[in-house]
Design a protein around this ligand. Structure first.
Ligand SMILES: [Mg+2]
Length: 215
């Protein structure tokens, strides 16, 4: 089986726009003012976990428990995050061509899995490895190995990783012995080994695999 591993946030789904919606929603529902809303936007900009809401409580003395706020945040973010229909369609083409499809993501297990469910990706993805599962983060090769295992296979040098982050996704893939497609969107850092291929959009990346990776 040919295997394609994908990053989730910023690659398969647009977390950034969903984050603003989710935080506005959570703040409104709890009567939080702009100060808390801005704090959340800053603190959760890259990633979030339950401990962020402990820090929120310590900073602003809100009444709600951190556990409650984390649950609400997961619900709101998962509801706001989307995977574009043309991306789902491209993944369907990949699956129809007998590729295995995995997700290797740095993030809490519960929220990353909620996103995969609500976006419709769950029907297309064979296995998910979230860094929160094993406390190992990309670029550590073990997260890519876990993703392959969750897809019922092992990494081989002809497998691919597709992601938007040069350090975690592309360098990580190279360390794990994978080929890599970088979904551009930021400058390529000096000194890093270039990816095998670069695209401007995830659909382009999937079409590249379909046309350039022989059986
Ligand atoms: Mg990403």
């Amino acid at each position: 089986m040919r295997l394609a591993l994908f990053d989730l946030d910023g690659t398969l789904v647009d977390r950034r726009s969903a984050l603003a919606d989710a935080i506005a929603n959570l703040s409104h529902d709890h009567g939080y003012g702009p100060e808390i809303e801005q704090w959340l936007m800053t603190e959760l900009a890259d990633r979030a976990d339950a401990s962020d809401f402990e820090r929120l409580r310590a900073t602003f003395h809100v009444n709600e428990s951190a556990e409650h706020l984390w649950r609400v945040y997961i619900d709101r973010l998962a509801a706001a995050v989307t995977c574009r229909p043309e991306v789902l369609e491209a993944l369907r083409r990949l699956k129809a061509a007998s590729w295995g499809i995995g997700v290797a993501t740095n993030g809490s297990s519960d929220i990353q899995r909620a996103k995969v469910r609500t976006t419709g990706l769950a029907d297309l993805v064979d296995g998910i490895a979230a860094s929160g599962d094993i406390d190992v983060r990309k670029p550590d090769p073990r997260l890519f190995e876990l993703a392959a295992a969750r897809c019922g296979t092992q990494l081989t040098p002809t497998d691919w990783m597709i992601g938007d982050n040069p350090e975690t996704d592309i360098v990580g893939a190279q360390r794990a012995g994978l080929r890599a497609v970088w979904v551009r969107g930021r400058p390529w850092p000096d000194g890093l080994t270039a990816p095998h291929h670069t695209v401007d959009d995830i659909v382009e990346a999937i079409d590249y695999l379909l046309t350039h990776s022989p059986e």
